[in-house]
Design a protein. Structure first.
Length: 465
């Protein structure tokens, strides 16, 4: 009920009471035990308002069959759709409010740092999930119904959040624009390369296992390790997504790949590695044990009831339009639509910078590097913000600085009065961006990298050519 206002809850409670009295009245007319219905409650479930009326079966003197057969008469009498729920005892379920119609299309307009945005629910809520809470994902859907758009959206949001990708693209049409992005570690387009790609993912786990073992806080997940790394002025580890499109076809032909992916899914989450398996259909044999490792299943329209049942979403074959999906965690969703051009653009721009920031923030970082040797002082930033007329509040600037520090983009330097400075890794990205941009301008201005890339940002020299 947390998505319903207090006034609406009170209104629904009154409607539930009235409907309960009607049900008891009809049961009496049918010579059944009306007093078995003793209580009611209202719940909100994926945009549907349902009232459940449990029967106290311990007081039942006859058989339950007449109560089951009376469902149609009860529904006709109260003029509301009804069903029987016997997951816990025996309950009449009355639909008090029909689910809202989902919009036919919802564009992905902005990326939220730290979260994967999935789509919109019938209650018009934006459904998003923290990367660390997401788990592995199973994606099914026929051509033309949104599967490729969805996995592209995941890849785009991941790159904007500085994650690394290992991509399986058997059709060579899902991710060709990302081949040269520095955040893409490998792209596979045949069976042998898929196996090599998954093997590479296992190597990443092995490397991180050694790093975890040498960390004094004995991390149990990526967030704990990165928290220690940032505090210790070590390089934090990026999240890694393994997205394997057309997985069913490749795994059917390679039992080695199937077993390797199952092991990867079993071990990966602890080390910040997420597995995303996508296909037009999934057989029971291919899914095997890996289905139990999937935290989220997203099904667009699939070919038949067998595929729908294999992935655990038995009505996925009845879906009727692109972008509409069923999920095991959030119910029905209209998945965000993302223009392919976004992926093309980030593929082209990735060689310069892949930081998930907007144009204003980029301008801010560049000015701090150019004029303040990378120092990110609150008072100085407020002066620039006022000069540029951006309208950022004091609280907004503080929040941004705290967020940048949490992500390891800036850090406090004890040798410089504990002031915040842009880290060397981030500085290098902006230097690349500046050099690439200025190389094409008429007044070419370049920023040179120091010879020792581990030096603090204060050692970066700015030279006008």
């Amino acid at each position: 009920m947390n998505t319903i206002t207090t006034a609406r809850q009170q209104q629904l409670s009154q409607q539930a009471l009235t409907t309960g009295l009607q049900l008891r009245d009809m049961l009496e007319r049918l010579n059944l035990q009306a007093d078995l219905i003793r209580r009611d409650y209202v719940i909100s479930y994926h945009g549907m308002i349902v009232v459940f009326y449990p029967l106290e079966l311990s007081r039942l003197t006859g058989k339950l069959t007449p109560y089951q057969r009376s469902l149609h008469q009860l529904s006709t009498y109260i003029r509301k759709p009804m069903a029987i729920s016997n997951s816990t005892g025996f309950r009449y379920a009355v639909l008090m409010e029909k689910p809202k119609q989902l919009p036919a299309k919802v564009d992905l307009k902005r990326v939220r740092t730290g979260k994967l945005q999935l789509g919109v629910s019938p209650s018009r809520q934006t459904i998003s999930v923290l990367w660390e809470k997401m788990g592995h994902i199973l994606v099914a859907g026929m051509t033309g119904y949104g599967k490729t758009n969805f996995i592209r959206s995941i890849a785009y949001q991941a790159l904007r959040d500085e994650s690394h990708l290992l991509l399986g693209d058997l059709s060579k049409t899902a991710f060709p624009m990302l081949k040269h992005h520095p955040g893409v570690l490998a792209v596979a387009d045949n069976q042998a390369e898929y196996l090599e790609l998954v093997t590479k993912a296992h190597h990443i786990i092995g490397e991180r296992e050694l790093l975890y073992g040498n960390s004094p806080n004995y991390p149990e997940n990526l967030e704990e390790y990165n928290s220690w790394a940032i505090q210790s002025r070590q390089e934090p580890l990026p999240r890694v997504l393994v997205i394997l499109d057309e997985y069913n076809s490749v795994a059917t032909a390679s039992s080695d790949l199937k077993v390797s992916v199952e092991n990867l899914a079993n071990q990966g989450r602890k080390f910040g590695l997420t597995v995303i398996l996508a296909a037009q259909d999934f057989s029971k044999e291919v899914l095997g044990n890996v289905r139990d490792q999937m935290g989220l299943t997203v099904a667009f329209k699939v070919n038949n009831i067998h595929t729908a049942r294999n992935i655990g979403l038995g009505k996925a074959n009845t879906l009727s339009r692109p972008g509409l999906a069923l999920t095991n965690r959030y119910g029905p969703l209209q998945v965000f639509f993302m223009d392919k051009q976004k992926l093309i653009d980030i593929g082209l721009q990735g060689e310069t910078t892949s930081l998930p920031i907007n144009q204003q923030e980029q301008q801010l970082f560049e000015r701090a590097l150019r004029e303040e040797d990378g120092k990110m002082a609150y008072t100085q930033i407020m002066e620039w913000v006022e000069e540029w007329g951006w309208g950022w509040s004091h609280g907004e600037v503080r929040n941004k600085l705290e967020n940048y520090e949490l992500k390891g983009w800036i850090t406090k330097d004890p040798e410089r009065k504990n002031a915040r400075y842009i880290t060397g890794t981030v500085a290098q990205k902006f230097i690349k961006l500046s050099n690439a941009s200025n190389a094409s301008s008429s007044h070419q201005t370049a920023v040179k990298l120091p010879s020792n890339r581990d030096k603090p940002p204060s050692s970066i020299k700015h030279t006008v050519l």
